[in-house]
Design a binder for this molecule. Structure first.
Ligand SMILES: [Zn+2]
Length: 479
């Protein structure tokens, strides 16, 4: 097992991953707020987390990952009230869309995907603990955290908060508080809006308390890893630390990992610039799920990712290269035997791939190891240095790489169809395509060109491209 090193925002250094529970890594991930569709910047962070968890599993760790779904916040409550529906009804559509999106991008489901509205009691209990410790105050029916009582505040983001004036826009809350840094743990109900009747009074939870309560409920007082976008470090994660550490007296998180921003064509993504994309926007423009996944994972998470049409084109070509390579390994015929040089070469690629990811999830290094292997093996095949028994060994390595990358399976067309996009005709199953290709060959051999053309058109209509290869065999792929 390679020693995994991760960059901890708290220490600003690479640190070895050393899970608290032997063999199991416990991860908390700040999830989506479900008042609209998630944008591709969100998915950059979610894909980083997916690559991390897939890599840890490939290294033999069990992963216990919790992701929250924020299905209660000011916007959700307002929008639900305006629409005259319950919070559940209002958020359901966006939760379903999020689940579809992560499955379309091959993002694995976390072991626990938890809704804030199912954990009000846990949040109330945490707020009570903080109240008993004298860390809170009440004002107009809301309960606030008194940051002056938590001297370590700011240790994660290194932001000096002492000079912050009341009224400074530190948090999105529009409530009265004693200190600009203070934040609402519990918010008094507003007329006509939904609230919960609880032991600490009527109202609804603040956003920050959600994550602390749910993380500790499922993962214990101290988590191995907490991830999120870089914009969450302050104030959200500082507030999580203040709540959790003051309540338990233990360190909340051992390793804080923050993913950098995604920008579009060198500019910040924003609705006013017209460059704000959801996944579905990209699919509607003809991009494939695998392309988007590849582009989002190809840049190491601590570097800003510039999302461009060129980048999408390159990502699509890269995947094409990998899929063609696997296809060649599966279908081409080579001389019998095994070449020890090839075996050594693939072992090196596997070691380099793992070493890249163990180096703070450096996906650029891992991909370089993979594409170097593809280049060298293709060259060996062209020159006759590749032997038949080498094929299964390389295919096994490709399967290992893809357990982390998850881009090899050619199912883009099916996925788009499920989202109501792309071609309306269902894809032909591979077996049926093979049979049709055989039948077309037979028709040509008996000079039945009418039948041969019919089959070619049928395949083209189903989005199947048939190619003749150098060695005389026939290859096909989905458009
Ligand atoms: Zn959070």
């Amino acid at each position: 097992m390679t020693q995994v090193m991760l960059h901890n925002t708290m220490s600003n250094r690479l640190e070895p991953l050393a899970p608290l529970h032997a063999g199991e890594v416990r991860i908390y991930t700040c999830g989506p707020t479900v008042y609209s569709f998630a944008h591709i910047g969100n998915f950059r962070t979610f894909i980083f987390q997916d690559v991390l968890r897939r890599f840890l599993r490939s290294q033999g760790y069990r992963v216990l990952q919790v992701m929250n779904v924020t299905d209660v916040d000011d916007r959700i409550i307002q929008n639900a009230s305006h629409a005259g529906v319950s919070i559940r009804e209002y958020t359901e559509k966006y939760i379903q869309a999020f689940l579809e999106d992560i499955s379309t991008l091959n993002i694995e489901m976390p072991e626990e995907l938890v809704r804030a509205t199912d954990h009000i009691e846990d949040m109330v209990a945490l707020i009570e603990t903080l109240e008993h410790k004298g860390l809170t105050y009440r004002s107009d029916g809301s309960i606030y955290y008194r940051i002056a009582k938590f001297p370590e505040y700011g240790k994660l983001s290194k932001i000096d908060t002492h000079g912050m004036k009341a009224g400074a826009r530190v948090d999105v809350d529009q409530y009265e508080k004693d200190d600009a840094r203070d934040f609402a743990l519990w918010k008094a109900p507003k007329a006509g809006e939904h609230f919960w009747e609880t032991r600490i009074g009527p109202g609804r939870p603040g956003w920050h308390v959600e994550c602390s309560a749910m993380a500790m409920k499922y993962l214990g007082d101290t988590l191995d890893i907490h991830t999120g976008g870089v914009d969450l470090a302050f104030p959200h994660h500082e507030n999580e630390i203040a709540q959790s550490e003051a309540a338990t007296g233990h360190p909340f998180v051992r390793l804080w990992l923050h993913a950098e921003h995604l920008i579009i064509d060198g500019q910040k993504m924003s609705k006013s610039l017209g460059n704000f994309y959801t996944l579905r926007d990209l699919f509607a423009r003809g991009h494939k799920p695998s392309t988007v996944r590849f582009l989002l994972l190809s840049v190491p998470y601590r570097r800003q990712l510039n999302f461009t049409d060129d980048g999408l084109k390159q990502a699509e070509n890269s995947i094409e290269r990998l899929r063609n390579f696997v296809d060649r390994l599966q279908t081409a015929k080579f001389p019998a035997g095994s070449n020890p040089e090839i075996v050594k070469r693939v072992q090196k690629a596997e070691a380099d791939f793992d070493a890249g990811l163990a180096d703070d999830v450096n996906t650029a290094l891992a991909l370089a190891a993979l594409f170097d292997l593809v280049r060298d093996v293709n060259t060996a095949m062209d020159r006759g240095g590749f032997l038949q028994q080498d094929a299964p060994r390389i295919l096994a390595a490709m399967e290992k790489f893809d357990a982390v990358l998850a881009v090899l399976k050619d199912d883009d067309a099916d996925k788009l169809r499920k989202l109501g996009l792309g071609s309306k005709t269902p894809a032909l199953p591979p077996q049926q395509i093979e049979t049709l290709i055989e039948e077309r060959l037979a028709a040509r051999r008996r000079r039945d060109f009418k039948r041969s053309d019919e089959i070619r058109n049928q395949l083209a209509d189903s989005g199947v491209i048939v190619e003749d290869t150098k060695d005389g065999s026939i290859r096909w792929k989905y458009k």
